[in-house]
Design a protein. Sequence first.
Length: 421
Amino acid sequence: MQLFSFGLNHTTAPVNIREQVTFSGDNLAQALRELRVRDLASEAVIVSTCNRTELYAVMEADNHEPLVSWLCEYHKIAPAQLQPHLYLHTQPEAIIRHLYRVACGLDSMILGEPQILGQLKNAYQTAREQNSVGRLLSKLFEQSFSVAKQVRTDTAIGSSPVSVAFAAVRLAQQIFGDLRPVTALLIGAGETIELAARHLHENELGRMIVANRTVERARTLAKEFSGYAITLEEIPMHLAEADVIIASTGSPTYILSKEAVVKAIKTRRHRPMFMVDIAVPRDIDPAVGKLEDVYLYSVDDLNEVIQENLRSRAQAAAQAEEILDTQVIHFIGWLNSLNAVDTICNLREQAQETSHNLVEKAKRMLDNGKPPYEVVDFLAHTLTNTLMHSPCAQLRQASYEGQHDLVEAARRLFQLEEKQT
């Protein structure tokens, strides 16, 4: 049985190559079924995200080429076009370490990002539903999830925000603490604002208002997070309600003026307002930042936070690699133990058969009126001699032939102490 892993990711292939070999939805299930039907692998898991496509497989033959050829054939891409971007792991230690690093976010475009763990779990679940995983890959993937959890518990790999939207929400938490009583005004409805809305919602934000030039888009976003949609022109009427304001539009002029904010502060009776201006050009008049009770951050301010957090994650990543070193050794040990399974089973079966035969003979002796103590003595004596006959004979022969390493192995195997002379 050979364990293989190969694929490509954001470091080995540009997006125009990566997008040609992605699997999604029904395609992933269909691909796993095809691998099984064509008997290309006894076990297989396909991991496919925007930044990577990887295949983990257990095969009878020591040859990964059929799997690579299948991937090219399935996606109708020439092998010569794909091969330069592929990485291949054939040694168990390299495969285990790679998967652990992926699960922990150490191999991600954004160091320590948590989304990849959920994507790995989904890939594994799909493989289970298609009956394409067995004992080896099940153990490997489930162990990778445990390692990722340990890394996130024992290091700070995921504690520092490294996206603008996440950094903005984390700063809001630092200022307000509990977000449940907080109202947030999101200005814009693009990707960054949507991500900020998601982070706020996940942190139990009390109320959300979404303002956008196109109110239909604002309604769509607001509905997803139980918010309220308004137009940009309606902002002055709702500004005083907002504890948190995050702005990211394509407007060439300021959306929020100093005068509008001053009026809102008076209405709020100087309760603090936290503002993040992610837009370039800016949506909020920089003069707003000089007002009392206003905390205004620009995208440059957040980038400083993000860079510092990336440095923090890099330190945590070094700690994570130490955890991985230990966990890889543990899995290699389990993998090596599989080599002894058949031998252990044969040994147990042989002992059980011997025991069963002698017990049946002892029962017949009891039925024939033999005294119980005599039967017990016979059973113990005969069972010991029968079980020990072959090992003792082999050890005598090994000693006769000078195979002292086998004799020493037997001492370790049976935990025999040297006799004192």
